[in-house]
Design a protein around this ligand. Structure first.
Ligand SMILES: [Ca+2]
Ligand SMILES: [Ca+2]
Length: 312
């Protein structure tokens, strides 16, 4: 009997080993430029586990232009499906990457075509980029532009995502429909609710007409993503007009059939960001429906909506 238990334990341990993500060591093997006299901007800072230290391309005597690149070696080589990028933290955006390209290589010489190209949003949050799993001994991140079109690149931390590792990736958001938006008396267009800026807002019409609740905004996720919540940032000035109280949230694959709400509730009356959580589900469209305003007025407004991706 004891022996059988041992076998069961061993089988479980073996299974766990097979699926466990390999212990991986990363090392910087190349960076095209680094500032090491005016500040400690050495490339190795992207792997020191410290969010406050960063790689910064040269800026004192000379500011070499884009593209900038950094190459990491993986030990041992393994299959990876993504890269994580933590922008520099603190008050300065200098060097924060906008356009990027990612290349992988098994020998550190031939990197071939980019496995992924894109743009990072203006954000200090950790970004995860995923692509089809690739055998990888070396990964190269090329910065092709900076968030304010300056010449520099800076990175607080880099990491890779191994095949089999679960990761939550934020999709791109786009407003595809709204029931009402004020576009003449102020710039209250619905697209302002997903532009990443806290000081721009979606506001339902209040100039020529004042339509009443419910108000709706439909946001498309690209790619479709498994999400477990939606965040709502009310307008950030001192005006409460349109601050949502009662709400409902719906998900849909086709943008037409939304069925029953995945959650509904009433937000606390404050300027703080609110999170509405629901059972994790893969979908392409999110519909936010405002049922009432905190002061009983007819409007709805929002500085930002964002989705909370689940690990997948
Ligand atoms: Ca660091
Ligand atoms: Ca905004």
């Amino acid at each position: 009997m004891k022996k059988m238990w041992l076998m069961v334990v061993m089988a479980a341990a073996l299974t766990a080993t097979v699926y466990a993500v390999e212990k991986l060591t990363l090392k910087v093997v190349k960076a095209d430029s680094e500032e090491s006299s005016a500040e400690d901007g050495k490339a190795a800072n992207v792997l020191d586990g410290n969010a406050d230290s960063f790689w910064h391309t040269q800026w004192q005597d000379n500011s070499p232009a884009h593209p900038h690149e950094i190459i990491l070696q993986l030990d041992p080589p393994c299959k990876i499906k993504g890269l994580t990028y933590l922008p520099r933290q603190g008050d300065s955006e200098n060097g924060a990457i906008k356009g990027y390209e990612i290349y992988v290589s098994t020998d550190g010489k031939n990197f071939g075509q980019a496995v992924k190209k894109g743009e990072f949003p203006r954000s200090q949050e950790k970004q995860a980029v995923v692509f089809a799993p690739q055998p990888c001994g070396f990964i190269k991140l090329v910065a092709v532009s900076e968030i304010n079109d300056q010449a520099w690149t800076s990175i607080a931390e880099l990491g890779v995502i191994q095949e089999g590792e679960k990761v939550a990736v934020k999709p791109e958001l786009k407003v595809v429909k709204t029931s009402s938006e004020e576009t003449s008396s102020e710039d209250g267009k619905a697209a302002n609710a997903v532009d990443g800026k806290g000081d721009t807002l979606w506001h339902t019409q209040w100039g020529d007409a004042n339509p009443n609740h419910p108000h709706e905004i439909i946001i498309e996720m690209n790619p479709p993503t498994k999400i477990k919540g939606l965040t709502y940032l009310p307008r950030q000035d001192d005006i409460e007009n349109g601050r949502v109280k009662d709400y409902e949230i719906y998900l849909s694959d086709d943008g037409k059939e939304f069925g029953q709400p995945v959650t509904k509730g009433a937000f606390e009356n404050s300027k703080d960001r609110k999170v509405a959580s629901f059972l994790s589900k893969m979908s392409r469209f999110v519909k936010f429906r405002s049922i009432s305003e905190v002061n009983g007025n007819v409007w709805a407004s929002a500085a930002e909506f964002d989705v909370v991706p689940d690990e997948q």
